[in-house]
Write a protein that binds this ligand. Structure first.
Ligand code: PEP
Ligand code: MN
Length: 356
């Protein structure tokens, strides 16, 4: 089975794996980012506790369902828009980008204003109007595999999104329905390398919905990584026994910490890489701002370099460092280096020595 070059979702000889960026999180670069959060957003306390757990364990992204596709109409259907606000708040407080499910084309705009990535759930994999709508959104999309969809049907669903101009599609294998009833679904691990052979799109695994049982999360998460998956999604809850949906498969704090420990130092390295990307991004932004301010000073004929201001910045960095448990000498040294490079950038741009 080889890729069909006429399909946008399929691999072309000259195209690398697509990297889907969500903030500083990257899917498809060989790392294994972890998305964690509750099945459903149930209220502020639960969401904030779950987000703090996700952050503490080292997850890269936060999940939580506000619009829940439930098998029974009598089950908890989610908090809707209120849930979106809670998710956004929890993500911002913890510095984690967010993903949440959108179920109808009319909801796409609203969900996109609150979340960093849109999720199309397994039950909606072939909701073609929804696929077209998320294809027009300015947000990356995580497309879950339908419980009875073949890999080809799944990739054709992705094709609908790509075809609308949205190139940022992340696939998620969440288990398919087989004759086996001992697990909720069957995690199709082989789908990972098969998708990667056929498609340039990154693919992650979701052992929570695949197995339905928290004891199976660690082995299946490790299996996903061994198979080369581009990331992991797991459900966590501060009190899984009281969860309003999917309680048996959600990890509590201790279970999540165990999982993250099982993933070991490769996971920590992924996180360090992500932090480094954030640092470089912030440095680029800071350089831009200092050139901007230099330009304004030149225009207004103001004195350029201010040693007082530089001293103040270094003192602030020292004080912040003490607060954050970092050696103040380290922070001061870093700030001096940053200031030196800012001056160099200003000189290069404006042809004169200035300061902020
Ligand atoms: C979910 O991830 O919240 C979810 C409902 O999963 P799935 O669509 O895979 O059943
Ligand atoms: Mn769930």
């Amino acid at each position: 089975m080889s890729p069909d070059p006429t399909l946008k979702s399929h691999r072309k000889p000259d195209i690398e794996t697509t990297i889907v960026d969500v903030g500083s999180v990257r899917f498809g670069d060989g790392s294994y980012p972890v998305i964690a959060g509750p099945c459903a957003i149930e209220g502020e306390d639960q969401m904030m506790e779950a987000a703090a757990m996700a952050k503490e364990g080292g997850a890269s992204m936060l999940r939580g369902g506000a619009f829940k596709p439930r098998t029974s109409p009598y089950s908890f259907q989610g908090l809707g828009e209120e849930g979106l606000w809670l998710l956004e708040h929890a993500g911002k407080e913890n510095g984690l980008p967010t993903v949440t499910e959108v179920m109808q084309p009319e909801q796409v705009e609203l969900v996109a204003t609150h979340a960093d990535m849109l999720q199309v759930g397994a039950r909606n994999m072939q909701n073609f109007p929804l696929l077209k709508a998320v294809g027009q959104a300015a947000r990356p999309v995580m497309l879950k595999r339908g419980p009875s969809a073949t890999i080809d049907e799944w990739l054709l669903a992705a094709e609908y999104i790509l075809n609308e101009g949205n190139a940022n599609v992340l696939l998620c294998e969440r288990g398919i329905r087989t004759f086996e009833t001992r697990t909720r679904n069957t995690l199709d691990i082989s789908a990972v390398p098969v998708v990667q052979r056929l498609s340039h799109l990154p693919v992650i695994v979701d052992p929570s919905h695949a197995t339905g049982e928290r004891e199976l999360i660690v082995p299946m998460a490790l299996a996903g990584r061994a198979a080369g998956a581009d990331g992991l999604m797991v459900e966590i809850h501060p009190r899984p026994d009281a969860a309003l949906s999917d309680g048996p498969q959600q990890l509590d704090r201790a279970g999540f910490m165990d999982l993250m420990q099982s993933l070991g130092f490769p996971a920590l390295r992924d996180d360090i890489d992500r932090i480094d990307r954030e640092l470089i991004g912030l440095i680029a932004l800071r350089l831009e701002r200092s050139v901007e301010i230099g330009r304004m000073k030149v225009k207004d004929g103001l004195p350029l370099r201010s040693l007082d201001r530089e001293e103040e910045l270094i003192a602030d960095a020292r004080a912040d460092a003490v607060h954050m448990g970092v050696d103040p000498g380290y922070a001061a040294e870093l700030m001096e280096l940053i200031l030196r490079h800012s001056r160099a950038a200003q000189e290069a741009e404006l042809g004169t020595g200035t300061s902020e």
